[in-house]
Ligand binder design. Structure first.
Ligand code: NAP
Ligand code: F7E
Length: 321
């Protein structure tokens, strides 16, 4: 039986990846931070099947112990301070976790289990103020936030461990991917949660920032399969994972409100509080390499994704009402 260690197991991607690996017959270990309150919402349905190991990306001792406990064939480093807006409010913490935390994890693997295959969760935010469109594996980086800069460090240190120590380390440059398990502060989930609340009479407006930014949005369930495929290859490499389509925030809003029979213009208010010190205006990925080498392609369309998220929030709120 293959064994995998996932950091960030409680997050959106950690939960989908754990499900995916359990279905493949893996024994799944999840690194979990101690928390004063229970934070198991995304993994409650599978928590009995996961072996949890206590640890934090900032504490290399805990990571060494986690790798010893799991003795993994594959390590998926998904943990991060992942919210771009907060990375300006907590720039040092973001650097410690999202940048240096990657080296901590790589060191733990190098010391304890150097032949384990390693996946690093890199991000399209590294392209930032984009230098070419669409963006591919060779597009130069130009990060626009402490988060983007931290991910760029994490990306290059992963490449360096591959080239310095001959480790099987892969970096997945994933464009935005969403789901009903997306954190509530990210724009897609904020929109679908608000649409459901407005529809059910629980809220009367939705305050948003920049509606013109464009994102290449896919479904998280499709994207975790790409992570796994990278670690099954003989040669470690880096891959862009994206849909190859881009849409504005406004388009997302329009489809979400329309699905419940409402006109977004009656409810959406622009609020400067949600504008960022520096914006990433346009992301559009070219997933050709992943398609050709991994045989990967996304299955859920943009419209299906929006509707899946709206319907899930409506159902959830109806049940709690
Ligand atoms: P998420 O929902 O925010 O989950 C982040 C996870 O990291 C949570 O399990 C969190 O644990 C954990 N974590 C945070 N700080 C930690 C620390 N110091 N030590 C240990 N664990 C820590 O993120 P996601 O959307 O699933 O994304 C997964 C990864 O992919 C992240 O690295 C993100 O930056 C990257 N990424 C995401 C996207 C996207 O569109 N979703 C795109 C590209 C890259 P708690 O529950 O304890 O907070
Ligand atoms: O913002 C605009 C905002 O916070 C998307 C993370 O998973 O994907 C994610 O980063 C866009 C931005 O995600 C609001 O200005 C407008 O242009 O949903 P987001 P993100 O910043 O793209 C990348 C690939 C990651 O790696 C990250 O970890 O939406 N926007 N109004 C807003 N954004 C938010 N959050 N809230 C608003 O009210």
């Amino acid at each position: 039986m293959k064994k995998a260690l996932i950091t960030g197991i409680t997050g959106q991607d950690g939960s989908y990846l754990a499900e995916f690996l359990l279905n493949k017959g893996y024994q799944v270990y999840g690194l979990k931070r101690r928390s004063a309150t229970v934070n198991n919402e995304n993994i409650r349905h599978i928590q009995d099947k996961i072996q949890f190991v206590s640890g934090d990306l900032q504490d290399v001792t805990s990571l060494i112990n986690a790798v010893k406990a799991a003795d993994p064939d594959e390590v998926y480093n998904l943990a991060a301070q992942s919210f771009v807006a907060d990375s300006w409010l907590q720039p040092i913490f973001t650097g410690q976790v999202t940048a240096l935390g990657v080296t901590n994890m790589l060191e733990a693997v190098r010391i304890v289990k150097p032949d384990a295959h390693f996946y690093q969760a890199s991000s399209s935010e590294m392209f930032g103020k984009v230098l070419e469109t669409p963006q591919n594996e060779l597009t130069p980086f130009y990060p626009r936030s402490p988060y983007g800069a931290s991910k760029m460090y994490g990306h290059w240190i992963t490449v360096n461990y591959r080239e310095s120590f001959n480790m099987h380390t892969c970096s997945g440059i994933l464009f935005n991917h969403e789901s009903p398990r997306r954190g509530i502060e990210f724009v897609t989930r904020k929109i679908t949660d608000a649409v459901a609340r407005i529809k059910l009479g629980l809220q009367d407006e939705l305050r948003l920032g920049n509606l013109d930014a464009k994102r290449d949005w896919g479904f998280a369930g499709d994207y975790v399969k790409a992570m796994w495929l990278m670690l099954q290859q003989n040669d470690p490499d880096d891959y862009v994972i994206a849909t190859g389509e881009t849409h504005t925030i406004k388009e997302f809003v329009e489809i979400a409100f329309k699905h419940v029979g409402l006109d977004w213009q009656d409810y959406v208010v622009q609020d400067s509080k949600f504008f960022r010190p520096a914006e990433v205006d346009l992301l559009l990925g070219d997933p050709a390499k992943a398609k050709n080498k991994l045989g990967w392609q996304p299955e859920v369309t943009f419209e299906q994704l929006v509707i899946m998220m709206v319907e899930s929030d409506v159902k959830r709120l109806e049940n709690t009402k």
